[in-house]
Design a protein around this ligand. Structure first.
Ligand SMILES: [Fe+2]
Length: 234
C-alpha cells in the first residue's frame, strides 16, 4: 500500500485549498453574493476538502474515523447554533479535529497540537488550525503535559463555534455512536485512567465542557424548538 503522504501528494487535495475556500467565502460576502449560493459553494468546497483530508489521514484508524464521521454529523445538526457565516467552518473543523492522532502527523504526541501544526504548516488559515488546537479545552491538558507554551501560539477562541464543536465531540462515542455528555465523560475517564492528564484536569475541564454543551442546547432550543427534543441531553 502506498504511503499516506504519497496518497495525499497524488490526490487533488491540498491543505492550502482550505485557505483558498475561506478566502473565497470572505470575498464573496464582501461583494454581497446571495446567501444561498454562498452556502452551496462553501459547503461543497471547504467541508468536502476537510472530509477528504481526514479520510486519508485516518485511513489506518477505523475507530477514530467512525468517531470523526459521527462528530461531523453532530456538527451539522447544531449548525443553527452558530452564525451562518461560520457554518462551513464548524463542519470542516469537526472533520479535522482529530487528524493529529494520525501517526504521520505526530510530533508532540498531543493530538490537538499536532493536528494544528500540520494544518498551519500546509497553509491553512490560523483560525481553522486554532480551533483544532484548542478543541474541547485542550489548553488544560496541555498545561499538565508541559505543552502550554506551544499550544498558546494558537489563539484560543471562545464562541458559538467552539461550543458547537465541544458539543459535537462530547456527545459522540469513540466509536461514532451518539452518547450522553455524562456517559462520554465517564467513558473518557475510564479509558484514560486515574493517573492521566485528562483525569488531573477534570475538575477544571468538566465545568467548561458542560457549560458549552448547555449553551448549545439552549441555542438549539431557541433556533429549532421542535428539533431540540431529538438531541442527546447531558
Ligand atoms: Fe474527537
Amino acid at each position: 500500500m502506498p504511503e499516506r503522504s504519497a496518497l495525499i501528494a497524488r490526490s487533488a487535495w491540498s491543505p492550502r485549498k482550505l485557505g483558498c475556500y475561506i478566502a473565497f467565502t470572505r470575498e464573496t460576502r464582501h461583494r454581497g453574493y446571495r446567501d444561498d449560493m454562498r452556502a452551496v459553494y462553501t459547503s461543497a468546497g471547504l467541508v468536502h476538502e476537510a472530509r477528504h483530508l481526514a479520510r486519508i489521514l485516518l485511513a489506518q484508524m477505523p475507530e477514530r474515523w467512525q468517531h470523526t464521521i459521527g462528530v461531523a454529523g453532530q456538527a451539522e445538526q447544531v449548525i443553527p447554533t452558530v452564525p451562518a457565516a461560520d457554518a462551513d467552518l464548524l463542519v470542516a473543523v469537526a472533520w479535522l479535529h482529530d487528524i493529529g492522532y494520525a501517526k504521520m502527523l505526530r510530533t508532540s504526541g498531543f493530538h490537538p497540537l499536532d493536528g494544528a501544526r500540520y494544518l498551519t504548516a500546509h497553509g491553512c488559515p490560523l483560525r481553522l488550525a486554532a480551533l483544532v488546537a484548542h478543541h474541547c479545552e485542550a489548553f488544560l491538558i496541555a498545561e499538565v503535559r508541559g505543552l502550554a507554551e506551544e499550544l498558546a501560539t494558537y489563539p484560543r477562541e471562545q464562541s458559538a463555534v467552539t461550543d458547537a464543536l465541544t458539543y459535537a465531540d462530547q456527545t459522540i462515542s469513540p466509536g461514532g455512536q451518539p452518547m450522553t455528555f455524562q456517559h462520554r465523560l465517564t467513558d473518557m475517564l475510564h479509558r484514560h485512567g486515574p493517573d492521566s492528564p485528562n483525569a488531573a484536569v477534570h475538575p477544571r475541564r468538566e465545568p467548561l465542557l458542560r457549560a458549552a454543551v448547555n449553551r448549545v442546547e439552549r441555542r438549539l432550543a431557541a433556533a429549532r424548538p421542535s428539533a431540540a427534543a431529538r438531541h442527546v441531553s447531558p
